[in-house]
Design a protein around this ligand. Structure first.
Ligand code: E4P
Length: 218
């Protein structure tokens, strides 16, 4: 399973990259706003800075909600770094049409805000590189995000779609473990959730004991 980091924070991206386990980055307008990045020039520069850190796809979300705007914006975003930028588009009628347009041009796309298997089917048929079901937001409203993920993975495998399932809106390590169980292609996670995978009391106490014994025989 590939690991993407779900942030626009350069320091966090750098820390995840330094771990040597980072396969890509996802951002969205809320994550960019959280970093205080404002205005087209600054936003484009920020994407460039992210691309300079990470060896992998960087999802950049369009702000436009209508097809023509999505196409114009997506074209510009892609040119920031054609080897890495993945155009992120919402699973709406205009978004699906734009995904079809970009997939026919050979551009990478990420279909975001996916909450049903039907939406995931449309994303794949339009040729999306990634389909992003929002696990945490479904759990937040009392639905079952992982169950949706499992259905989409099953449906893509059954029909042989190339679209990769990118589990998004991940809140905790249990989500990551369930992503592994259902065979998700990619999980995009906040840094603290990735780091929590490292934590186990027996690892901590084991390191302490081995360090003490190592010091006694140096
Ligand atoms: C990533 O692609 C999504 O935009 C992100 O995971 C959404 O997460 P949230 O539900 O925590 O905002």
């Amino acid at each position: 399973m590939k690991f993407f980091i779900d942030t626009a924070n350069l320091e966090q991206i750098y820390r995840a990259h330094s771990l040597g386990i980072l396969d890509g980055v996802t951002t969205n307008p809320s994550l960019m706003a959280k970093e205080g990045i404002k205005g087209k020039d600054n936003i484009f520069q920020h994407y460039k800075a992210i691309c300079n850190i990470v060896d992998g796809p960087v999802s950049a979300e369009v702000f436009a909600t209508k097809y023509d705007g999505m196409i114009a914006e997506g074209e510009e975003l892609y040119q920031i770094e054609p080897e890495k930028i993945t155009i992120k588009l919402p699973c709406t009628e205009d978004g699906i049409r734009a995904i079809k347009y970009f997939s026919e041009k050979g551009y990478r796309t990420n279909c975001t805000l996916v909450f049903t298997v039907g939406q995931a089917l449309l994303a794949a048929k339009a040729g999306a590189t990634y389909c992003s079901p929002f696990i945490g937001r479904l759990d937040d409203i009392g639905s079952d995000g992982i169950a949706l993920l499992e259905e989409i993975v099953g449906m893509y495998n059954y029909y042989g779609f190339d679209t990769q399932v990118l589990a998004a809106s991940i809140r905790h390590t249990r989500h990551i473990l369930r992503c592994i169980e259902v065979g998700t292609d990619v999980a995009t996670c906040p840094l603290d959730v990735i780091e929590k995978l490292l934590v186990h009391p027996l690892t901590t106490s084991g390191v302490e004991i081995f360090t003490k014994d190592a010091n006694s025989i140096k």
